[in-house]
Design a protein around this ligand. Sequence first.
Ligand SMILES: Nc1nc2c(ncn2[C@@H]2O[C@H](COP(=O)(O)OP(=O)(O)OP(=O)(O)O)[C@@H](O)[C@H]2O)c(=O)[nH]1
Ligand SMILES: [Mg+2]
Length: 245
Amino acid sequence: MPPAVIIPTYNESDNIERLVGEILALPIDAHVIVVDDNSPDGTGKLVDDLAARDTRVHAVHRPAKVGLGTAHIAGMRRAFELNCDPIVTMDADFSHNPRYIPVLLAGLENFDVVIGSRYVRGGGMEGRDTRLRVVSWGANLFAHTMLNLKAHDCTAGFRAYRPPVLESIDLDRIFSNGYSFLIEMLFLCQARGWRVGEAPIIYEDRRAGTSKISRAEIYKATYTVLRLTYRRMRRAKDALLGHPP
Ligand SMILES: Nc1nc2c(ncn2[C@@H]2O[C@H](COP(=O)(O)OP(=O)(O)OP(=O)(O)O)[C@@H](O)[C@H]2O)c(=O)[nH]1
Ligand SMILES: [Mg+2]
């Protein structure tokens, strides 16, 4: 079955055509599913034009900007409809270079989920100023430590999943709608015992357009980590006392 590459977009008109072109040129014959939230800059229209020219391109249109997490879920649902296997998610801004997609797919021979990781040997960040590096490193360390996650890059959106992993998770019940979806998803993958691997990537600064991450998203991510930590501790306590979960 063909793999799917899911790309959430909001105002990515300067990136999306080139990115889709580069993915279609890879020797993996992937379907590309772009989930656009009615971007004012016309990204959705560009994707419709691409879809009219190539049947491997699919546009999922949502009426308003309702979050990165739910965009990933909408893309996953379309990938299921298309019977795609495996399922890759990535950003539209070239921070996730498409040349790594085959590497993530190859990793699924040994793992159920593979993360394109900045924080394993051979990985890193390019072009970021020191402040942003420290912020993303700190956010990641916070999630990694509090939730006892085994992966080193817990906030990365560049991932390949085997479909049974996604089927094992009730996507409707995921609490996070924004960026913290990525942390929650990884937490659930680990809790269900799936094998999570990491492949090193060099994360590049976005090529064009502006960042969509807001201060509110950072607060929400902190809340998500604390909420999941509480859940983890309550479960551990119940297990210790012999209560059913
Ligand atoms: N559909 C949809 N896409 C979104 C939304 N928020 C962000 N995105 C997309 O998600 C991807 C990641 O967003 P970015 O703004 O690049 O966030 P980031 O990579 O964490 O931050 P930067 O490093 O500053 O770029 C991009 O492709 C965005 O266009 C949203 O609410 N809906
Ligand atoms: Mg980005």
